[in-house]
Design a protein around this ligand. Sequence first.
Ligand code: HEM
Length: 180
Amino acid sequence: MKGIVFVEFLEMVEQQFSADLADDLIDNSDLPSGGAYTAVGTYDHTEIVTLVLALSQESGIPVPDLIKAFGEYLFGRFFELYPSFFEGVSDCMDFLSRIEDVIHVEVKKLYPSAQLPKFDIDYPDRDHLVMVYHSDRHLGDLAEGLIQQSIKHFKEQITLERENLDEEGATVRFTLTRAA
Ligand code: HEM
């Protein structure tokens, strides 16, 4: 997993909890990398799970809630860091429908070692979008947070429904419907 994800996660912990807590998570987690992340480095994705578990133990907030909250935070950072992905985009579904064929394709060019999820996209009309998430990293909660924040970002009335299509969380269907 790319270091940018870790850097942003620790930044969120500093902002929403404290810098001391961010340091404690690293010190107490016995991470193979030692926790000295750089944005362009690549690290074992299980380290993010370890850090989220540690944050859950410290804060008492369940792991899925923390991962979703991180997805919401990360969307805001992506908007700041990669404005070009938002150019010429007319609305939320337009943006999300480009994840697989445009945005993550560009991400892969920027970071060839990035391990990205696969999304099957069905965008039959401007009011309906179905995104089926596939990933061995089981980060459907992260996808949910990113999608949720993208709906908020575009200030649109869209309902989001989530269905886990397997036990492990490797396949998740997100159905977006524009409210009438
Ligand atoms: C400007 C928009 C976006 C950028 C720049 C971006 C970039 C990235 C990057 C750099 C990673 C890390 C890859 C790695 O660690 O190896 C990633 C992973 C991921 N992205 Fe995106 N992304 C964007 C939007 C989205 C959106 C809107 C979604 C949800 C629909 C999404 C879903 C995910 C998920 C779930 C992962 C975790 C990896 C996995 O589940 O296998 N991304 N993305």
